[in-house]
Design a protein around this ligand. Structure first.
Ligand code: PXG
Length: 444
Protein backbone atom coordinates (compact mmCIF):
# COMPACT_ATOMS: atom_id res chain seq x y z
CA UNK A 1 0.00 0.00 0.00
CA UNK A 2 1.26 3.46 -0.85
CA UNK A 3 2.38 5.39 2.17
CA UNK A 4 0.18 8.31 3.11
CA UNK A 5 2.06 11.59 2.96
CA UNK A 6 1.58 12.31 6.62
CA UNK A 7 3.16 8.96 7.56
CA UNK A 8 6.37 9.97 5.86
CA UNK A 9 9.09 11.78 7.78
CA UNK A 10 9.11 15.40 6.75
CA UNK A 11 8.05 14.65 3.16
CA UNK A 12 9.10 17.78 1.32
CA UNK A 13 8.59 17.55 -2.44
CA UNK A 14 10.98 18.93 -5.03
CA UNK A 15 10.12 22.61 -4.86
CA UNK A 16 11.78 24.05 -7.98
CA UNK A 17 8.98 24.04 -10.50
CA UNK A 18 5.94 25.39 -8.69
CA UNK A 19 5.54 29.19 -8.67
CA UNK A 20 3.51 29.73 -5.51
CA UNK A 21 0.86 32.46 -5.97
CA UNK A 22 0.78 35.67 -3.89
CA UNK A 23 3.78 34.35 -1.97
CA UNK A 24 7.36 35.41 -1.34
CA UNK A 25 8.75 32.36 -3.15
CA UNK A 26 12.36 32.54 -1.99
CA UNK A 27 11.37 32.96 1.64
CA UNK A 28 8.78 30.19 1.29
CA UNK A 29 11.35 27.72 -0.01
CA UNK A 30 13.57 28.44 2.99
CA UNK A 31 10.69 27.88 5.40
CA UNK A 32 8.02 25.86 3.61
CA UNK A 33 4.59 25.45 5.10
CA UNK A 34 2.66 22.63 3.50
CA UNK A 35 -0.70 21.27 4.54
CA UNK A 36 -1.12 17.56 3.89
CA UNK A 37 -4.40 16.81 5.61
CA UNK A 38 -7.33 18.69 7.06
CA UNK A 39 -10.48 17.92 8.96
CA UNK A 40 -13.09 20.13 10.60
CA UNK A 41 -11.29 22.99 12.34
CA UNK A 42 -7.79 21.55 11.91
CA UNK A 43 -5.03 21.26 9.32
CA UNK A 44 -1.98 18.98 9.54
CA UNK A 45 1.36 20.18 8.20
CA UNK A 46 4.02 18.22 6.30
CA UNK A 47 6.01 17.92 9.50
CA UNK A 48 3.09 16.45 11.38
CA UNK A 49 1.88 19.52 13.30
CA UNK A 50 -1.82 20.02 13.91
CA UNK A 51 -2.97 23.61 13.47
CA UNK A 52 -6.25 25.24 14.41
CA UNK A 53 -7.50 26.97 11.28
CA UNK A 54 -8.48 30.51 12.21
CA UNK A 55 -9.15 31.55 8.62
CA UNK A 56 -11.10 28.68 7.00
CA UNK A 57 -8.40 28.00 4.39
CA UNK A 58 -8.41 31.34 2.61
CA UNK A 59 -11.73 32.55 3.99
CA UNK A 60 -13.52 29.76 2.15
CA UNK A 61 -14.05 26.50 4.10
CA UNK A 62 -17.10 27.85 5.91
CA UNK A 63 -18.46 24.39 6.79
CA UNK A 64 -15.03 23.27 8.05
CA UNK A 65 -12.56 21.08 6.21
CA UNK A 66 -13.71 17.89 4.52
CA UNK A 67 -17.27 18.21 5.68
CA UNK A 68 -18.58 14.61 5.40
CA UNK A 69 -21.67 15.66 3.48
CA UNK A 70 -19.70 17.60 0.89
CA UNK A 71 -17.05 14.89 0.54
CA UNK A 72 -19.76 12.25 -0.01
CA UNK A 73 -21.61 14.40 -2.57
CA UNK A 74 -18.46 15.04 -4.61
CA UNK A 75 -17.50 11.35 -4.55
CA UNK A 76 -20.97 10.33 -5.59
CA UNK A 77 -21.02 12.83 -8.42
CA UNK A 78 -17.64 11.63 -9.64
CA UNK A 79 -18.93 8.07 -9.74
CA UNK A 80 -21.81 9.22 -11.92
CA UNK A 81 -20.58 12.11 -14.09
CA UNK A 82 -17.11 13.61 -14.42
CA UNK A 83 -17.81 16.36 -16.91
CA UNK A 84 -20.72 17.56 -18.93
CA UNK A 85 -20.49 20.07 -21.77
CA UNK A 86 -20.94 23.54 -20.42
CA UNK A 87 -22.13 25.19 -23.65
CA UNK A 88 -25.29 24.21 -25.56
CA UNK A 89 -25.67 21.28 -23.15
CA UNK A 90 -25.65 21.07 -19.38
CA UNK A 91 -26.47 18.78 -16.46
CA UNK A 92 -29.13 18.77 -13.74
CA UNK A 93 -26.98 19.70 -10.77
CA UNK A 94 -26.01 23.07 -12.24
CA UNK A 95 -29.70 23.98 -12.47
CA UNK A 96 -30.33 22.67 -8.98
CA UNK A 97 -27.54 24.75 -7.47
CA UNK A 98 -28.64 27.87 -9.36
CA UNK A 99 -32.21 27.50 -8.04
CA UNK A 100 -31.02 26.92 -4.52
CA UNK A 101 -28.75 29.97 -4.66
CA UNK A 102 -31.60 32.08 -5.99
CA UNK A 103 -33.70 30.85 -3.05
CA UNK A 104 -31.25 32.22 -0.45
CA UNK A 105 -30.51 35.45 -2.36
CA UNK A 106 -32.28 38.77 -1.85
CA UNK A 107 -35.75 38.93 -3.39
CA UNK A 108 -35.64 39.56 -7.12
CA UNK A 109 -32.09 38.26 -7.65
CA UNK A 110 -33.11 34.99 -9.22
CA UNK A 111 -30.62 34.22 -12.01
CA UNK A 112 -27.15 32.73 -11.70
CA UNK A 113 -24.11 32.54 -14.00
CA UNK A 114 -21.37 30.11 -12.93
CA UNK A 115 -17.63 30.72 -13.06
CA UNK A 116 -14.64 28.93 -11.48
CA UNK A 117 -13.38 31.59 -9.12
CA UNK A 118 -14.13 34.91 -7.56
CA UNK A 119 -11.93 36.70 -10.09
CA UNK A 120 -13.93 35.25 -12.95
CA UNK A 121 -17.17 36.10 -11.15
CA UNK A 122 -16.09 39.74 -10.93
CA UNK A 123 -15.04 39.96 -14.58
CA UNK A 124 -18.29 38.25 -15.56
CA UNK A 125 -20.36 40.67 -13.47
CA UNK A 126 -18.63 43.67 -15.07
CA UNK A 127 -19.28 42.24 -18.54
CA UNK A 128 -22.93 41.60 -17.68
CA UNK A 129 -23.25 45.21 -16.49
CA UNK A 130 -21.74 46.65 -19.68
CA UNK A 131 -23.70 44.35 -21.96
CA UNK A 132 -26.95 44.95 -20.05
CA UNK A 133 -26.86 48.68 -20.73
CA UNK A 134 -25.96 48.03 -24.34
CA UNK A 135 -28.81 45.60 -25.01
CA UNK A 136 -31.18 48.17 -23.55
CA UNK A 137 -29.92 50.79 -25.98
CA UNK A 138 -27.78 52.64 -23.43
CA UNK A 139 -24.45 51.62 -24.89
CA UNK A 140 -22.78 54.85 -23.79
CA UNK A 141 -22.82 53.57 -20.22
CA UNK A 142 -19.33 52.10 -20.25
CA UNK A 143 -17.58 53.54 -17.21
CA UNK A 144 -17.06 51.41 -14.11
CA UNK A 145 -16.52 52.64 -10.59
CA UNK A 146 -14.65 50.79 -7.85
CA UNK A 147 -13.14 51.89 -4.58
CA UNK A 148 -9.69 52.42 -3.11
CA UNK A 149 -8.62 49.40 -1.07
CA UNK A 150 -11.14 47.24 -2.91
CA UNK A 151 -10.10 43.69 -3.81
CA UNK A 152 -11.95 42.07 -6.67
CA UNK A 153 -9.59 39.29 -7.64
CA UNK A 154 -6.82 39.33 -10.19
CA UNK A 155 -8.44 39.38 -13.62
CA UNK A 156 -7.90 42.53 -15.68
CA UNK A 157 -11.41 43.71 -14.83
CA UNK A 158 -10.94 42.96 -11.15
CA UNK A 159 -7.60 44.75 -10.77
CA UNK A 160 -8.91 47.70 -12.78
CA UNK A 161 -11.83 48.34 -10.45
CA UNK A 162 -9.77 47.12 -7.47
CA UNK A 163 -7.91 49.59 -5.35
CA UNK A 164 -4.90 47.79 -3.94
CA UNK A 165 -1.96 49.39 -5.71
CA UNK A 166 0.62 46.56 -5.42
CA UNK A 167 -1.85 44.33 -7.29
CA UNK A 168 -2.13 46.87 -10.14
CA UNK A 169 1.21 48.53 -10.64
CA UNK A 170 2.99 45.81 -12.67
CA UNK A 171 0.28 45.33 -15.25
CA UNK A 172 0.19 48.27 -17.60
CA UNK A 173 -2.80 50.40 -18.47
CA UNK A 174 -5.49 48.00 -17.23
CA UNK A 175 -8.99 48.57 -18.61
CA UNK A 176 -9.89 52.16 -19.44
CA UNK A 177 -12.74 54.23 -18.06
CA UNK A 178 -12.54 53.32 -14.39
CA UNK A 179 -12.81 55.65 -11.39
CA UNK A 180 -12.37 54.92 -7.70
CA UNK A 181 -14.30 56.20 -4.72
CA UNK A 182 -12.29 56.81 -1.55
CA UNK A 183 -12.06 53.97 0.96
CA UNK A 184 -13.86 54.33 4.26
CA UNK A 185 -11.13 53.39 6.73
CA UNK A 186 -10.44 56.12 9.28
CA UNK A 187 -8.73 55.39 12.57
CA UNK A 188 -9.07 58.90 13.87
CA UNK A 189 -12.87 58.74 13.79
CA UNK A 190 -13.62 55.05 13.99
CA UNK A 191 -10.90 53.13 15.84
CA UNK A 192 -12.27 50.38 18.11
CA UNK A 193 -15.85 50.81 16.87
CA UNK A 194 -18.07 47.89 17.70
CA UNK A 195 -19.94 46.76 14.61
CA UNK A 196 -20.46 49.33 11.86
CA UNK A 197 -18.62 52.61 12.49
CA UNK A 198 -20.62 55.79 13.04
CA UNK A 199 -18.48 58.07 10.91
CA UNK A 200 -18.13 57.99 7.13
CA UNK A 201 -21.53 57.67 5.41
CA UNK A 202 -20.82 60.95 3.66
CA UNK A 203 -17.96 59.30 1.75
CA UNK A 204 -20.61 57.69 -0.46
CA UNK A 205 -21.30 61.17 -1.84
CA UNK A 206 -18.02 60.89 -3.75
CA UNK A 207 -19.96 58.59 -6.04
CA UNK A 208 -22.31 61.43 -6.85
CA UNK A 209 -19.33 63.64 -7.68
CA UNK A 210 -17.76 61.08 -10.02
CA UNK A 211 -21.07 60.39 -11.74
CA UNK A 212 -21.74 64.10 -12.24
CA UNK A 213 -18.24 64.55 -13.66
CA UNK A 214 -18.76 61.97 -16.39
CA UNK A 215 -22.52 62.39 -16.71
CA UNK A 216 -24.68 59.45 -15.61
CA UNK A 217 -25.31 58.49 -19.24
CA UNK A 218 -21.69 57.30 -19.42
CA UNK A 219 -21.56 55.24 -16.23
CA UNK A 220 -22.49 51.55 -16.10
CA UNK A 221 -21.91 50.22 -12.62
CA UNK A 222 -20.37 50.52 -9.19
CA UNK A 223 -18.68 47.57 -7.53
CA UNK A 224 -17.83 47.34 -3.83
CA UNK A 225 -17.25 44.68 -1.25
CA UNK A 226 -19.92 45.32 1.41
CA UNK A 227 -17.06 44.71 3.85
CA UNK A 228 -13.59 45.16 2.35
CA UNK A 229 -11.86 41.85 3.13
CA UNK A 230 -8.33 41.69 1.75
CA UNK A 231 -7.69 45.32 2.60
CA UNK A 232 -8.12 44.48 6.26
CA UNK A 233 -11.79 43.85 7.17
CA UNK A 234 -13.20 47.36 6.79
CA UNK A 235 -16.84 47.55 7.82
CA UNK A 236 -19.12 49.99 6.00
CA UNK A 237 -19.98 53.08 8.04
CA UNK A 238 -23.62 53.24 9.11
CA UNK A 239 -25.73 54.53 6.22
CA UNK A 240 -22.92 54.27 3.66
CA UNK A 241 -24.23 51.33 1.62
CA UNK A 242 -27.74 52.79 1.75
CA UNK A 243 -26.41 56.01 0.26
CA UNK A 244 -24.59 54.15 -2.54
CA UNK A 245 -27.88 52.39 -3.32
CA UNK A 246 -29.74 55.70 -3.46
CA UNK A 247 -27.21 57.31 -5.80
CA UNK A 248 -27.17 54.27 -8.10
CA UNK A 249 -30.97 54.35 -8.27
CA UNK A 250 -31.04 58.03 -8.99
CA UNK A 251 -28.64 57.69 -11.92
CA UNK A 252 -29.54 54.28 -13.33
CA UNK A 253 -26.27 52.57 -12.35
CA UNK A 254 -26.05 48.93 -11.40
CA UNK A 255 -24.78 48.27 -7.89
CA UNK A 256 -22.60 45.17 -7.65
CA UNK A 257 -21.77 43.69 -4.25
CA UNK A 258 -18.70 41.51 -4.34
CA UNK A 259 -19.60 38.94 -1.68
CA UNK A 260 -16.80 36.48 -2.39
CA UNK A 261 -15.76 36.76 1.26
CA UNK A 262 -18.94 38.02 2.90
CA UNK A 263 -21.27 35.42 1.35
CA UNK A 264 -22.41 32.17 2.92
CA UNK A 265 -22.75 33.07 6.54
CA UNK A 266 -19.60 35.05 7.25
CA UNK A 267 -21.65 37.97 8.62
CA UNK A 268 -24.33 35.80 10.20
CA UNK A 269 -26.65 35.87 7.18
CA UNK A 270 -26.59 34.25 3.75
CA UNK A 271 -25.21 37.50 2.31
CA UNK A 272 -23.99 40.79 3.73
CA UNK A 273 -26.71 42.37 1.57
CA UNK A 274 -29.23 40.71 3.87
CA UNK A 275 -27.29 41.55 7.01
CA UNK A 276 -27.08 45.24 6.10
CA UNK A 277 -30.52 45.43 4.51
CA UNK A 278 -29.24 46.89 1.24
CA UNK A 279 -30.11 45.14 -1.99
CA UNK A 280 -27.61 45.23 -4.84
CA UNK A 281 -28.48 44.43 -8.46
CA UNK A 282 -25.73 41.86 -8.84
CA UNK A 283 -23.83 39.73 -6.31
CA UNK A 284 -20.56 37.92 -7.00
CA UNK A 285 -19.76 34.79 -5.00
CA UNK A 286 -17.07 32.07 -4.75
CA UNK A 287 -15.15 30.58 -1.78
CA UNK A 288 -17.92 29.51 0.64
CA UNK A 289 -20.12 28.58 -2.33
CA UNK A 290 -18.55 25.11 -2.21
CA UNK A 291 -17.00 25.58 1.22
CA UNK A 292 -13.70 25.68 -0.66
CA UNK A 293 -13.97 22.02 -1.66
CA UNK A 294 -14.06 22.42 -5.45
CA UNK A 295 -13.24 25.70 -7.25
CA UNK A 296 -16.37 27.60 -8.19
CA UNK A 297 -17.64 31.16 -8.44
CA UNK A 298 -20.89 32.68 -9.55
CA UNK A 299 -22.81 35.83 -10.38
CA UNK A 300 -26.31 36.22 -8.98
CA UNK A 301 -28.36 38.86 -10.72
CA UNK A 302 -31.74 40.52 -10.90
CA UNK A 303 -34.25 38.62 -13.02
CA UNK A 304 -34.93 41.61 -15.23
CA UNK A 305 -31.22 42.00 -16.05
CA UNK A 306 -31.32 38.45 -17.43
CA UNK A 307 -34.61 39.15 -19.17
CA UNK A 308 -33.15 42.20 -20.91
CA UNK A 309 -30.84 39.86 -22.84
CA UNK A 310 -33.65 37.55 -23.94
CA UNK A 311 -34.52 39.42 -27.10
CA UNK A 312 -33.66 38.91 -30.77
CA UNK A 313 -33.80 35.61 -32.65
CA UNK A 314 -34.12 32.66 -30.26
CA UNK A 315 -31.26 30.72 -31.84
CA UNK A 316 -28.65 33.40 -31.18
CA UNK A 317 -26.40 33.29 -28.13
CA UNK A 318 -27.61 36.17 -25.97
CA UNK A 319 -24.39 36.64 -23.96
CA UNK A 320 -21.17 35.43 -25.59
CA UNK A 321 -19.37 34.51 -22.39
CA UNK A 322 -18.70 31.38 -20.31
CA UNK A 323 -16.01 28.95 -19.20
CA UNK A 324 -15.34 25.33 -20.12
CA UNK A 325 -15.92 24.53 -16.47
CA UNK A 326 -18.88 26.83 -15.77
CA UNK A 327 -21.18 24.84 -13.49
CA UNK A 328 -18.81 21.84 -13.41
CA UNK A 329 -20.58 18.74 -12.03
CA UNK A 330 -18.18 18.27 -9.12
CA UNK A 331 -18.42 21.93 -8.15
CA UNK A 332 -22.20 21.93 -8.49
CA UNK A 333 -22.43 18.82 -6.30
CA UNK A 334 -20.12 20.42 -3.73
CA UNK A 335 -22.20 23.60 -3.84
CA UNK A 336 -25.49 21.80 -3.23
CA UNK A 337 -24.00 19.80 -0.37
CA UNK A 338 -22.40 22.92 1.15
CA UNK A 339 -25.82 24.60 1.14
CA UNK A 340 -27.27 21.49 2.81
CA UNK A 341 -24.61 21.67 5.49
CA UNK A 342 -25.09 25.41 6.06
CA UNK A 343 -28.85 25.19 6.26
CA UNK A 344 -29.26 21.88 8.14
CA UNK A 345 -26.64 22.80 10.70
CA UNK A 346 -27.83 26.40 10.99
CA UNK A 347 -24.32 27.69 10.37
CA UNK A 348 -25.35 31.19 9.28
CA UNK A 349 -27.32 31.60 12.52
CA UNK A 350 -24.41 30.12 14.42
CA UNK A 351 -22.11 32.84 13.07
CA UNK A 352 -24.62 35.42 14.27
CA UNK A 353 -24.86 33.79 17.71
CA UNK A 354 -21.09 33.69 18.09
CA UNK A 355 -20.66 37.29 16.91
CA UNK A 356 -20.87 38.89 20.38
CA UNK A 357 -18.48 36.31 21.80
CA UNK A 358 -15.83 36.84 19.14
CA UNK A 359 -16.31 40.60 19.41
CA UNK A 360 -15.90 40.57 23.18
CA UNK A 361 -12.82 38.37 23.08
CA UNK A 362 -11.21 40.41 20.31
CA UNK A 363 -11.87 43.72 22.02
CA UNK A 364 -10.12 42.22 25.04
CA UNK A 365 -6.92 42.66 23.00
CA UNK A 366 -7.23 46.44 23.18
CA UNK A 367 -4.23 47.74 25.06
CA UNK A 368 -1.90 44.96 23.87
CA UNK A 369 1.33 46.28 22.33
CA UNK A 370 0.91 48.06 18.99
CA UNK A 371 -2.83 47.35 18.65
CA UNK A 372 -4.39 50.42 16.98
CA UNK A 373 -7.82 49.10 15.97
CA UNK A 374 -10.12 46.11 16.36
CA UNK A 375 -13.02 45.37 14.00
CA UNK A 376 -15.49 42.54 13.77
CA UNK A 377 -18.87 41.34 12.59
CA UNK A 378 -20.28 37.81 12.45
CA UNK A 379 -17.31 35.45 12.36
CA UNK A 380 -15.05 37.97 10.69
CA UNK A 381 -12.56 39.86 12.80
CA UNK A 382 -9.43 41.96 12.51
CA UNK A 383 -6.76 43.43 14.73
CA UNK A 384 -4.78 46.26 13.18
CA UNK A 385 -1.23 46.91 14.35
CA UNK A 386 0.96 49.96 14.24
CA UNK A 387 3.45 49.24 11.43
CA UNK A 388 7.16 49.05 12.21
CA UNK A 389 8.58 52.30 10.91
CA UNK A 390 9.70 51.91 7.30
CA UNK A 391 8.83 48.20 7.26
CA UNK A 392 5.12 47.86 6.55
CA UNK A 393 3.63 44.34 6.95
CA UNK A 394 6.57 43.16 9.10
CA UNK A 395 4.79 43.46 12.45
CA UNK A 396 1.76 41.45 11.34
CA UNK A 397 3.96 38.84 9.63
CA UNK A 398 5.80 38.32 12.92
CA UNK A 399 2.49 37.76 14.66
CA UNK A 400 1.49 35.28 11.96
CA UNK A 401 4.77 33.38 12.48
CA UNK A 402 4.31 33.18 16.22
CA UNK A 403 0.72 31.99 15.91
CA UNK A 404 1.78 29.37 13.37
CA UNK A 405 4.52 28.24 15.72
CA UNK A 406 1.96 28.02 18.53
CA UNK A 407 -0.55 26.03 16.50
CA UNK A 408 -2.98 28.58 15.06
CA UNK A 409 -3.35 29.82 11.47
CA UNK A 410 -4.23 33.50 11.15
CA UNK A 411 -4.05 35.69 8.04
CA UNK A 412 -2.30 38.97 7.62
CA UNK A 413 -3.16 41.73 5.19
CA UNK A 414 -0.83 44.69 5.49
CA UNK A 415 -0.41 45.19 9.22
CA UNK A 416 -3.81 43.77 10.01
CA UNK A 417 -4.30 40.28 11.41
CA UNK A 418 -7.58 38.80 10.15
CA UNK A 419 -9.67 35.99 11.62
CA UNK A 420 -12.28 34.24 9.49
CA UNK A 421 -12.73 30.80 11.02
CA UNK A 422 -15.00 28.05 9.74
CA UNK A 423 -18.54 28.69 10.98
CA UNK A 424 -18.45 25.41 12.92
CA UNK A 425 -15.98 26.91 15.41
CA UNK A 426 -16.69 26.47 19.13
CA UNK A 427 -16.32 29.07 21.87
CA UNK A 428 -13.32 27.14 23.23
CA UNK A 429 -11.66 27.29 19.82
CA UNK A 430 -12.32 31.04 19.65
CA UNK A 431 -10.60 31.22 23.06
CA UNK A 432 -7.61 29.26 21.77
CA UNK A 433 -7.24 31.51 18.74
CA UNK A 434 -7.59 34.78 20.68
CA UNK A 435 -5.33 33.58 23.53
CA UNK A 436 -2.66 32.51 21.04
CA UNK A 437 -2.96 35.85 19.27
CA UNK A 438 -2.73 37.64 22.63
CA UNK A 439 0.57 36.01 23.53
CA UNK A 440 1.92 36.58 20.02
CA UNK A 441 1.12 40.29 20.47
CA UNK A 442 2.75 40.33 23.91
CA UNK A 443 5.99 39.07 22.41
CA UNK A 444 6.13 42.06 20.09
N1 PXG B 1 -13.47 39.26 -4.68
C1 PXG B 1 -13.20 39.30 -3.38
C2 PXG B 1 -13.96 40.24 -2.51
C3 PXG B 1 -12.23 38.46 -2.83
O1 PXG B 1 -11.95 38.53 -1.53
C4 PXG B 1 -11.86 37.59 -5.05
C5 PXG B 1 -12.83 38.43 -5.52
C6 PXG B 1 -11.17 36.69 -6.01
O2 PXG B 1 -11.49 35.37 -5.80
P1 PXG B 1 -10.54 34.21 -6.36
O3 PXG B 1 -11.38 32.98 -6.17
O4 PXG B 1 -10.30 34.51 -7.81
O5 PXG B 1 -9.29 34.24 -5.54
C7 PXG B 1 -11.54 37.58 -3.69
C8 PXG B 1 -10.47 36.67 -3.19
C9 PXG B 1 -6.75 37.31 1.61
C10 PXG B 1 -7.24 36.62 0.39
O6 PXG B 1 -6.27 36.65 2.52
C11 PXG B 1 -8.39 37.07 -0.21
C12 PXG B 1 -8.83 36.47 -1.38
C13 PXG B 1 -8.13 35.42 -1.94
C14 PXG B 1 -6.98 34.97 -1.30
C15 PXG B 1 -6.53 35.57 -0.14
O7 PXG B 1 -6.89 38.53 1.71
N2 PXG B 1 -9.97 36.97 -1.92
Amino acid sequence: MAKRQSDLPNPLPDMDAYWVPFTANRAFRKDPKLIVEAEGMYCTTHDGRRLLDGIAGLWCCNAGHRHPKIVAAVKEQLDRLDYSLAFQMSHPRAFELASRLAAISPEGLGRVFFTNSGSEAVDTALKIALAYHRVRGEGTRTRLIGRERGYHGVGFGGISVGGISPNRRMFGALIPGVDHMPHTHNLEHNAFSRGQPEWGAHLAEELERIVELHDPSNVAAVIVEPIAGSAGVLLPPKGYLEKLREICDRHGLLLIFDEVITGFGRTGAAFAAERFGVKPDIITVAKGLTSGTVPMGGVILRDDIFEAFMTGPEETIEFPHGYTYSGHPLAAAAGCAALDAYLEEGLFERARELEPYLEERLHGLRGKPHVIDIRSIGLLGAVELEPVEGRPTLRAMEVFRRCYRDGVIVRTTGDTVALTPPLIISREQIDTIVDTLASALDEA
